[in-house]
Ligand binder design. Structure first.
Ligand SMILES: *Cc1c(COP(=O)(O)O)cnc(C)c1O
Length: 231
């Protein structure tokens, strides 16, 4: 039995709607991001044909190739969600609407400097190492306020919120703790940066969407649940 992208997408939307209503939240108070890394442009096109507009990519060159193949679909919103090296900031600054994975001031400054001002500000989330794993990407909770203040002051960037990828965990109850901590961190940033438009919590993937939605996710990032396993 094969599941089509249309079926998977519709199941993913139902899953998100159900999680939102179980959490007592409004329908449409979280956006579904389809994570298409390693999947061909044709699959992105198929998802687009079934109404999906927001897509997440992790690898710069792969994303640029797909964007070229999909250049006729001018209403796609591209999100960069992968690790970002300084030699790739120019492409990311000018070929994406959002970047979720900013964890250093230097990268943020380059994105702002290199963004074509005619495109309007690049929408940015700071990636937080919420489980405190030494080997993992993301700014620590301790260093987050300083980074947020620096990034919020950059001219061609709009700081929108926080992103995290917690340590894998299969227990839905325990999954909630790091998401609650990210929500707390965002609330603290709102108090120190009252003028910033801090409305985004990018959290929740195929394995932990419900826990993330329960703790306030406004953008969930689903790959496997929409496009199938990656090889
Ligand atoms: C790959 C990836 C996802 C999607 O993960 P799934 O488990 O396939 O849903 C979400 N966010 C980031 C940052 C990713 O790298």
């Amino acid at each position: 039995m094969t599941t089509t992208i249309a079926d998977a997408l519709s199941a993913a939307r139902q899953r998100l709607d159900h999680a939102l209503s179980s959490a007592g939240r409004d329908t449409n108070s979280a956006t579904l991001l389809a994570v298409s890394k390693t999947k061909p442009a044709d699959m992105v096109r198929e998802a687009w044909q079934h109404g999906q507009r927001e897509f997440g990519e992790n690898y710069v060159q792969e994303a640029l190739d797909k964007q070229q193949q999909l250049s006729d679909l001018d209403d796609i919103v591209w999100h960069f969600i992968g690790p970002l090296q300084s030699n790739k900031t120019r492409e990311v600054a000018n070929h994406f609407h959002w970047v979720h994975s900013v964890e250093r001031e230097k990268i943020a400054r380059r994105l702002s400097d290199q963004r074509d001002p005619a495109l309007g500000p690049l929408q940015v989330c700071l990636q937080v190492n919420i489980s405190g794993e030494p080997s993992k990407s993301g700014v620590s909770l301790d260093e987050l306020p300083k980074l947020a203040e620096q990034v919020a002051s950059l001219p061609h960037i709009e700081l929108r919120g926080l992103m995290a990828i917690p340590a894998p965990c299969d227990d839905p109850q325990r999954q909630r703790k790091p998401f609650a901590a990210l929500n707390d961190a965002l609330r603290h940033l709102r108090s120190i940066l009252p003028d910033a438009q801090l409305d985004t919590l990018s959290m929740g993937m195929s394995n932990d969407l419900e826990a993330a939605v329960f703790e306030g996710a406004t953008m969930v990032r689903l790959g496997t649940a929409i496009f199938g396993a990656r090889h």
